[in-house]
Design a protein around this ligand. Structure first.
Ligand code: PLP
Length: 424
């Protein structure tokens, strides 16, 4: 009989997987089988981080069991194998986002570090007093605070694309927001607290027509939508491995080569140099110029099986399954008294934020936890959006992944009803 490890390997190898059985797929995720508070775990906090399949877990183990050594420096076999695995993973990442060259794919700690890198290196090169940077009102703090700091440092202005009551960006406002002093527009592809899928291609076209480069925060898009940097023509793009079934502490920054070439290093030290003299240093070529120090090798290597898991499952299947869960959850929650859904755009991924009238999100979250359900409560790192735009003290957020089931959604809706009755 095949064990779960073998099944995971089979799944990864068989790129022709066509039929989808959620129960078989769940078997690839060891964490999902456990009980929490004496109830079967129902994990619905996938927008915060996704669980990992065996292939990713085994990749981490096998790196430390078989390949562990530093990359790019060693001439011995182990070092060459580690370097090969590290660079193979970069190549996989390049394919995953459809970049034209590996030089444009930089390993970072995740989306947060990728945005900080661009804000610091690109931002401090091009943004001066009197200039402006544009973000939207729905940004995660990671794509907001670095721009606030940059603008404060440079005496520049941070401008915001407004959000309407359904959670859609008012992109017509860009006609007025963009000026000849706009140096960059940075916007999220998908909102982590509303689920809205933003029309990034349209936004990029509008910005480019006025000569403004665009950074895309793809942290929430990458697990649900095909990322295609060539098609969207974005100038920078950031994503985090842990939201795409990969490890924590590793992510990607994509940047167009001509922009990365003109940018100064973000951090300095080993790896990012070609030659060092007492009088100064010559920087390494791309992408290494932006990868100072020993990288997070094992986690970078384990990104490859994570991307393969997503690709082999297929975005069509992911969308179909996750949309059916979102639809079911939305319909069931509408029947619960006092529920208000926050984020009702027609273009959404499987993120469902809601409030229960007369209750605090934390209380409902704590009750749901007692029932075995993991959901996120609070501001979801979008405090200005929820507080200043919607006037809320947080929401309860359920976010569905490819391994969630309709039974879990039905149980969740039933538990929300019970929680509401207990708190009301
Ligand atoms: N951007 C968005 C839209 C997010 O949802 C998140 C994480 O929740 C981030 C950025 C930050 O990602 P990380 O914490 O992996 O750097």
């Amino acid at each position: 009989m095949m064990n779960k490890d073998d099944k995971a390997v089979e799944f990864i190898r068989d790129s022709t997987v066509k039929s989808f059985n959620v129960h078989e797929l769940r078997d690839l995720f060891p964490i999902l089988g456990q009980h929490v508070n004496d109830k079967p775990l129902v994990y619905l906090d996938n927008a915060a981080t996704t669980q990992k399949p065996f292939s990713v877990i085994r990749s981490l183990e096998s790196f430390y069991e078989r390949f562990n050594s530093n990359v790019h420096r060693a001439l011995y076999t182990l070092g060459e194998e580690a370097t090969q695995a590290f660079e193979d993973s970069r190549e996989k990442a390049r394919q995953f986002i459809n970049a034209s060259s590996r030089s444009e794919v930089i390993f970072t700690r995740g989306t947060t570090e990728s945005v900080n890198l661009v804000a610091s290196s690109f931002g401090e090169t091009v943004v001066n007093a009197g200039d402006n940077v544009i973000v939207s009102q729905m940004e995660h703090h990671s794509n907001l605070v670095p721009w606030q700091i940059l603008c404060e440092k440079r005496n520049a202005e941070l401008r915001f694309i407004p959000v309407d009551s359904n959670g859609n960006l008012k992109i017509d406002s860009l006609d007025d927001l963009i000026s000849e002093r706009t140096r960059l527009l940075s916007v999220t592809y998908v909102s982590n607290s509303l689920g809205t899928i933003n029309p990034v291609k349209k936004i990029i076209e509008k910005a480019h027509s006025r000569g403004v480069p665009v950074m895309i925060d793809a942290a929430q898009a990458a697990p649900h939508l095909k990322i295609d940097v060539a098609d969207t023509d974005c100038d920078f793009l950031a994503l985090s491995g842990h939201k795409v079934y990969g490890p924590t502490g590793i992510g990607i920054l994509y940047g167009k080569e001509n922009l990365l070439e003109m940018m100064p290093p973000y951090q300095s030290g080993g790896e990012m140099i070609k030659e060092v003299k007492f009088s100064g240093a010559l920087y390494n070529e791309l992408p290494y110029k932006f990868e100072a120090g020993t990288p997070n090798i094992a986690d970078a290597v384990a990104l490859k099986p994570a991307f393969e898991f997503v690709e082999n499952t297929g975005f069509d299947m992911i969308s179909e399954h996750e949309n059916s869960l979102l639809l079911l959850a939305t319909e069931l929650l509408k029947d619960v008294e006092g529920i208000r859904i926050i984020g009702t755009s027609k273009e959404k991924v499987s993120v469902l934020s809601f409030v229960i009238s007369g209750t605090h999100p934390y209380d409902a979250g704590a009750l749901l936890d007692q029932m075995g359900i993991a959901v996120r409560t609070g501001f979801h790192c979008t405090q200005p959006l929820l507080q200043e735009v919607y006037g809320l003290n947080g929401t309860i957020r359920a976010s569905f992944a490819i391994y969630n089931t309709a039974d879990e959604v039905t149980y969740f809706a039933d538990c929300v009803r019970r929680a509401r009755n207990m708190l009301a």
